[in-house]
Design a protein around this ligand. Structure first.
Ligand code: HEC
Length: 238
């Protein structure tokens, strides 16, 4: 999160600086003496911008590859802005380096890139700041609970992963509160009876619930015995 905020702030500073040097170079009627310096600064700043941008992109792609989730609309906007920025930047560099006929468009592209950058940052850091809590974004939460168990993990850890994938959308694990019809599973195997069916809270009855649920819960009969065993190992820790 801190990383995200500092990358964002750096990007904002960098694009503001780019705008400033650009306006100083092209915006004034009288020629400035320090034109060359400004141009140089603009160029260096562009490289810094690109590096920060790439670092951000690499982190995002890494998170994405870990979460294996459909993108939220907000994330979609974010990716859209990021891709546009990248393509426009490439275009701009090409106009300046090779296709000098289009040189005059470079200024406009620069402004669009800066605006898209603000847009991009609003849809990520700005959003989390505005909505108050600096809670970890959902993607960051996902990364702490990878979707696939790794070798060498204990049964409880594997069970936790399986639980996150199959059960956590309906069941709390840290409290007994109901999430709609589904009871929270804290202390599920420590109580005397199961919360809804009131059957004795035994491992057999929980396995039974997973395979042939009592009422509205979908069946997880396709989980292997070993997977169910791991989930039980995890449920015992709640
Ligand atoms: C789509 C929502 C949903 C999912 C996913 C889900 N459950 Fe449930 N679960 C429920 C509901 C609703 C109940 C209440 C009893 C019923 O309808 O069967 C319940 C009840 C339970 C109970 C208590 C049963 C009782 O007799 O009181 C246990 C234990 C349980 N679920 C474990 C799991 C486990 C383990 C998983 C993952 C493999 C899971 N649930 C996935 C909705 C869900």
């Amino acid at each position: 999160m801190i990383l995200k905020i500092s990358l964002s702030i750096l990007l904002i500073i960098s694009s503001l600086f780019a705008m400033y040097t650009m306006f100083e170079i092209f915006g004034k009627t009288e020629r400035r003496k320090d034109m060359d310096l400004l141009k140089k600064l603009h160029k260096i700043n562009g490289r810094i911008f690109f590096i920060i941008f790439l670092a951000g992109a690499i982190f995002c792609i890494y998170y994405l590859s870990q979460s294996k989730q459909e993108l939220s609309p907000r994330a979609t906007m974010h990716v859209f802005s990021a891709l546009s920025i990248f393509l426009l930047l490439m275009l701009k560099i090409n106009f300046i380096r090779y296709y000098r006929q289009f040189y005059s468009y470079a200024k406009l592209l620069g402004i669009i890139i800066a605006l898209l950058t603000f847009n991009l940052l609003f849809f990520s850091t700005g959003y989390s700041l505005v909505t108050g809590s600096l809670e970890k974004s959902s993607i960051e939460n996902k990364i702490e609970t990878p979707l696939f168990a790794k070798n060498g993990q204990s049964n409880v850890e594997k069970g936790k992963v399986l639980f996150q994938r199959n059960c956590s959308s309906c069941h709390y694990t840290d409290k007994k509160d109901f999430k709609r019809a589904a009871p929270g599973l804290k202390d599920i195997l420590k109580e005397k009876s199961l919360p809804v069916s009131k059957k004795p809270a035994t491992v057999e009855n929980v396995i039974n619930q997973i395979k042939k649920p009592y009422r509205y819960m979908p069946s997880f009969a396709d989980l292997s015995d070993e997977e169910i065993e791991n989930i039980i190992a995890y449920l015992k820790t709640l």
